[in-house]
Ligand binder design. Structure first.
Ligand SMILES: *[C@@H]1O[C@H](CO)[C@@H](O)[C@H](O)[C@H]1NC(C)=O
Ligand SMILES: *[C@@H]1O[C@H](CO)[C@@H](O)[C@H](O)[C@H]1NC(C)=O
Ligand SMILES: *[C@@H]1O[C@H](CO)[C@@H](O)[C@H](O)[C@H]1NC(C)=O
Length: 369
């Protein structure tokens, strides 16, 4: 799906009559061109599964050992589950695929992509849109069916963004490496804090592209800064991902989306607030469960200023939520508000899938004395 925007540029000069010049720019929203890899190389451009030639994969440029993979059992005895569609690419040692797309300079975007490791534990997928680059460790499988999707954010610095996926690894088997099965993009219109509420995007309504029939949510990888985060306004801290979930497939307390804290103390989300030292603030939020079979005694911890709040929540995995609030006095012009889950949880029907409490409706209001 893509959107055509017609920009009408009006040019005039003292010597010619005013001239209307229409320039058509095509921006993408949804799958990148051949973003699900269903358009394959010509049979003559394949040696078994290995793609021959830099431009043989439609709409993409490749280098190194890139394989064109079909869902199911593989010749070598492996089995690849392609969660989105039927085809995927596998990036071997030092392999790269890339594509250049039109973007709006200064705008914030996120890429959503399906990625999984295939043989080695320590496989890494490097995502870049120069000058920004990030390494995505794939060793943790968050869902047992191999359908993990990730989001990664960037800010466009020119009219064309080169989207690059690279396997920086050097494995003994040069064909080992991450599988990439779908790539989509979304432009953000980041919400601003209001005069009353200091939090940006506290309801998590602005977030990465979600695939309609992907029931796993989207993982937001660790070490994302707020300036380019795939969850506008928020920092993803620590070592593991948090999950972005939608109301179409999960129970969320408010609106269309929420965040699931899937990796205990190893995954936290935070936001930096502009505060006035000495002033008192009231933080309110809801915690609950996503109705995804995630059960047990849960606890969400929140931190701001010198205050901490631990909110216990008993989950039966059937959906539900409760409100919590605490006050803090700002000690600096910037205050970091952080949330994480105290415990680890897995799904009752699938102990291979990490899950946890959900967070929504975060507000920070100044309290008048
Ligand atoms: C296919 O790949 C094999 C193994 O790398 C190589 O020996 C062979 O020459 C290639 N065949 C063609 C037609 O390129
Ligand atoms: C999603 O569903 C559509 C239509 O039902 C199907 O064509 C497509 O292959 C599916 N895509 C994914 C991401 O599984
Ligand atoms: C903070 O907000 C909650 C929810 O609106 C409210 O119940 C509580 O009284 C507020 N606390 C203060 C100190 O204003």
């Amino acid at each position: 799906m893509w959107v055509v925007l017609s920009l009408l540029l009006l040019c005039s000069s003292a010597f010619t009559s005013p001239l209307a010049l229409a320039v058509e720019v095509t921006y993408f929203d949804g799958f990148l061109p051949n973003g699900n890899f269903e358009e394959g190389p010509k049979p003559t451009d394949l040696n078994k599964t290995v793609i021959k030639g830099k431009y043989s994969l439609p709409k993409w440029e490749i280098s190194g050992l890139v394989e064109y993979i079909s869902n199911g059992p593989q010749p070598g005895g492996m089995y690849f589950a392609v969660a989105h569609g039927v085809h995927a690419v596998r990036l071997g040692n030092d392999a790269t695929i890339s594509q250049s797309i039109p973007v709006k300079p200064g705008s914030l975007y996120s890429l959503t992509f399906g990625a999984s490791r295939t043989c080695a534990q320590e496989e890494v997928l490097r995502v870049s849109v120069p000058p920004l680059t990030g390494d995505l460790p794939l060793q943790t499988l968050y869902s047992s069916n191999g359908g993990d999707t990730y989001a990664w954010g960037f800010r466009a610095t020119s009219k064309v963004a080169k989207v690059i996926f690279h396997n920086p690894g050097i494995q003994e088997d040069p064909a080992c490496g991450p599988l990439l099965d779908v790539v989509a993009i979304k432009e953000f219109y980041p919400p601003m804090p209001t005069r009353v509420n200091l939090i940006k995007n506290g309801d998590f309504e602005e977030g990465p592209h979600l695939f309609h029939n992907s029931t796993n949510g989207v993982l937001l990888p660790p070490r994302q800064l707020d300036l380019t985060s795939p969850l506008p306004g928020w920092i993803i801290e620590s070592l593991k991902a948090v999950k972005y979930i939608d109301s179409e497939h999960f129970s969320v307390p408010y609106g269309k989306a929420a965040v699931e804290l899937v990796a205990g103390r190893e995954s936290a989300i935070a936001q930096i607030l502009r505060t006035t030292p000495g002033k008192l603030y009231n933080v309110t939020f809801t915690v609950g469960d996503a109705k995804n079979g995630c059960h047990g005694s849960m606890m969400v911890e929140a931190f701001a200023g010198k205050e901490t709040l631990k909110v216990p929540y008993k989950s039966h995995g059937k959906g539900g939520f409760k409100a919590a609030s605490f006050k803090f006095t700002a000690v600096a012009p910037r205050t970091r508000l952080t949330f994480y889950s105290s415990f680890y949880h897995t799904r009752i029907d699938d102990i291979g899938s990490l899950c946890g409490p959900i967070l929504d409706q975060v507000k920070v209001l100044s309290v008048k004395h």
